[in-house]
Design a protein around this ligand. Structure first.
Ligand code: GLA
Length: 397
């Protein structure tokens, strides 16, 4: 507790491993062959750009998901999760495929399915999962689960993938297939790459056109600042159709413009003028395009700002990104807008929603000395607005 606000603190890694291990022991009466973990993430900037071949800049949280796993000598998979105590899952790995697994288990067993599809020798196993990544908060709890499963399977079945660049890419690809094809969420890949490839103390610049990555030093504390996450507790879901609708609109706009993706737009005004009126008389399609193109430009500007440790410029880019997501991409909500406005009013250098939107979390860059005051002010604004008290997380990468 700091300044009266509620904080969600990350577990120590040893404690998280121990919790997953003891869950496996008590519920399945087995000792693990491997215990692995992977983090949740926030995206500093570059939202809804990954599936448009654009740029984004995520960084991982100290909050992680833990998987304790032991190999079986048959093809059966048994899964238990401390977060879903009433919904254990078991089945034959060979029976898993698109449309066969409902709910949280799809993210987990989907990774084993995808690795096997890719020719890896993965068989049956028992796994216990525990996590301090808030679920449904837009902090990528699903990718943390997939990535922790991928690492646990890699270790327990001796696949030898983690540690090499190609092997790491194979793990990322399996996580993305699990999410898209088994869990059925049509997401763009940023979260899985972030969970498996980020370095401490750095954000990760991802270019989804070239596949290039760059570790960008991110040290707000060195400048007397802190990055805080405001989990609005307005629960979001990326499987409810809104995310897929945005993605389809972007694909349609690119097709109408005769481009492989919206990343290929070089002249925004010309592209907006070229989109036929009859395809979206209310201008929706043009707004979607404007967000995507300006957002990738903001990522470039944010990286330049970080390279010169100009956090004031980064804060201004957060603000512009939020306005674009709220007005043009229309993926914000009342709680997110309030969190951002209240943080700024209380002295944040900048704030924005992070992740897919429609609920979930915002981030705010704030003077370290003012964290207590600003979080209290945000909490008071939620109270006045009749919303549930938000939860805060420290986003030190
Ligand atoms: C979710 C998806 C990502 C990305 C973001 C928006 O987190 O999983 O692929 O599209 O939304 O930037």
């Amino acid at each position: 507790m700091l300044g009266g606000a509620q904080w969600s603190t990350a577990w120590q890694v040893d404690d998280g491993c121990e919790q997953a291990t003891s869950l496996l022991r008590t519920r399945i009466d087995a000792a693990p062959d491997t215990v692995a973990s992977a983090p949740g993430r926030v995206n500093l900037i570059g939202e809804h750009t990954d599936y448009n071949a654009g740029l984004c800049l995520p960084l991982v949280l100290p909050h992680r998901t833990y998987v304790a796993l032991r190999v079986r000598d048959d093809d059966i998979v048994r899964l238990i999760s401390a977060q879903e105590p009433d919904s254990p899952w078991h089945g034959e790995l060979g029976d898993v495929g698109p449309g066969t697994v409902d709910g949280w288990a799809g993210y987990a067993v989907g990774v084993a399915w995808a690795l096997r599809e890719a020719g890896q020798r993965v068989g049956g196993f028992d796994a216990a999962i525990d996590s301090c990544v808030p679920v449904g908060a837009g902090l990528s709890s699903s990718a943390a689960l997939e990535a922790a499963m991928a690492l646990a399977l890699d270790g327990a079945f001796g696949l030898g993938l983690a540690g090499s660049e190609d092997g790491g890419s194979a793990l990322v690809a399996a996580c993305i297939r699990a999410e898209n094809e088994i869990a059925g969420a049509p997401t763009g890949g940023m979260d899985q790459v972030a969970a498996l490839s980020s370095k401490p103390g750095h954000a990760l610049l991802l270019d989804f056109r070239s596949g290039a990555r760059r570790d960008v030093p991110f040290d707000p504390a060195g400048a007397g600042l802190a990055l805080i996450v405001i989990d609005t507790r307005a629960r979001h879901s990326l499987g409810d159709g809104q995310y897929g609708e945005r993605r389809a609109a972007c694909a349609r706009a690119a097709e109408l413009l005769g481009l492989a993706s919206l990343r290929e737009v070089t002249d925004l005004d010309a592209a907006l003028a070229a989109l036929p009126d009859e395809t979206s008389p209310d201008g929706t399609l043009r707004r979607r395009v404007r967000h995507v193109v300006t957002e990738t430009a903001r990522v470039e500007a944010a990286v330049a700002a970080l390279d010169r440790a100009d956090f004031a410029a980064l804060g201004a880019l957060f603000d512009a990104s939020h306005a674009s997501l709220r007005d043009d991409y229309q993926v914000s909500c009342g709680e997110l807008d309030l969190a951002v406005a209240a943080a700024r009013e209380a002295g944040a250098l900048g704030a924005r929603m992070t992740g897919g939107g429609f609920g979930g979390s915002a981030i705010a860059l704030v003077p370290a000395a003012d964290v207590g005051r600003i979080t209290t002010a945000v909490g008071a604004a939620f109270d006045d607005g009749g919303f549930r008290a938000p939860m805060f997380l420290d986003a030190t990468p």
